[in-house]
Structures are given as structure tokens and as C-alpha cells.
Design a protein around this ligand. Sequence first.
Ligand SMILES: [Zn+2]
Length: 299
Amino acid sequence: MRGSVGNSGKKKTAVGRLFRLFRPGRPDKPARVATAQIIVSKFKRFLDWFRQPPYRKVKISSAILVAALFLYLLYQAVALWRNMGDPRNRAFWQWATGDTAVRDQLVTVQRETCPGAPFFLPTDGFIGLLYNDPRGPYSARNPHQGIDIFSNSAPGVTPVYAAYDGYITREDGWRSALIQRIPDDPLQPGRAIWLYYTHMAGQAGNSFINAAFPPGTREKFVEQGTLLGYTGDYNGNSPRTIWVHLHFSIVLDDGHGRYLNELEFANTVDPSPYLGMNVNYACAEDTAVCTPGCVIRNP
Ligand SMILES: [Zn+2]
């Protein structure tokens, strides 16, 4: 009943008791009692309330839940703070939020080979995801197998060129990808390697590949600089939308003239020495320019 407010008539629920613990102190409390003592005593009363029935189990499980949530949020906050301290992540954020002019400053154009390097960059853009990159959607266990060069354009606009002389193959079902066999690895003569170019189609699967390479193309020779197609945002049947880009990777040969599975990191090679640019996540450079070698970044 609403009228029965006397102590004897009060319904002593666990929540009610908790609430009363933190109500303002009574006016007759001695003024000399230090605030710290009041806090300690209230905390003790809170612990007593916590340990005692009723609802002991509910109270304990709620506390565990709150602690877990707190730890999770703390972990996320620390991860975000660390991420934003990394210039590569700041550049990624700039690309994600900036307008065309801001993005333009992040674009690398390297149509000539860097000094001493055999390949050139197959398309202009922001090299946002690097080789060996553990950032999402990749991980330290399963890092990025190539480089993602993001286009400052709509799908189907930014050209993709052959990075080196070699033989183009396009498998029957490939809407967005080409693979190019280099019979003699210019940096490790005697072995064949393959250059894999993908995401050259629109979201709906409309291909942006040069009509000279229809599905079923086998071993068609092209020179370095030949137009292969245009960058796109095709991501197969995945519901995850992606930015317009070219994924470019160097894939090992099985020793019998076939390329290995390009999705396996172990089957790929660091493109840095081939491009003459530091495009390995472990390298110390923050922007991709012609550089002599990879200085390993501190972890
Ligand atoms: Zn990629």
C-alpha cells in the first residue's frame, strides 16, 4: 500500500536495499567523519548486500556480465587508440571519409618501373591494404595475400595494366579476374610465377575486363603496360560490399606450369622487391614510393 511508508511496513527488496545504501547521509551524522570513511562503509554495506540473499546468484552473474562488458569495451577502446596512432590507419580513415581531393593525396601513380625493379604498379590508387596485412577482414593468422589498390573513381573507370610481360589466362567462370604467367621470375630466375589481378567487375558481376581476354583465354601473350581492364567492386556472392579496387598478388607455380591457390598466403610472394616499393605491412614506410628495400617496422 502506498500509505505504509514506515520502516516496518516497507517491502525489503534487494534493489530497494541497494538504493538505500547510496541515499544522502542523515543530517545528524557527525561532521568530523571523513568522506573516505563514509565511502568505505558504504562500500562494505554494498558488499554485504551483494553477498547475502536474496538473488545472490542473479547478483553474481550480473556482476560477471558487467565486468565482461567493461573489459570488452576497454579492449576495443585500447585497440582503437592504438589503431589511430598508426599512420596507415589514419590514411585508411582519410580515404574512407575524405572527398575526391583528399583521396587524391593518397593516390600512388607509378607507371614506370622503380629503379632496379621489374614490375610497375598495375593501376593508380591508394595502396590501402598491404601484403601480409593483418587488418580486417584479414588476421595475423591469415594475412592479406596481395595488395589492394583503391581507385579514386567509380567502378569501371580506372585502367589496369599488365605489370610485366607474360601470358594471360582467364578461367571459364572468371568474371573479374585474370592471371598472368611469368615463365622466368626476374628476381629468382629458373622458376615461374603468376600475377593475379582481380575485382575487375561491377557489383552485379558485369565484367570490366578488356574484351581481348574473354572467359576461356589461355596463355595469351601481352607486353608490360597492355590494358587488362578496369577496377571494380565485385565481391562474388559475398554480402560484404567492397570499395572499388584492384587486388594484385604474386602467386607461386606448382612446378608443373599451374598456379597454386592464390587465397593461401603461403602460396604468394611479397611484391615489394618486384615493384621496388615497400608494400609489405612489416615495412617501415608509411607511403608507397620507390624505395630500395624493406626496413622491418617495430611491432
Ligand atoms: Zn586484396
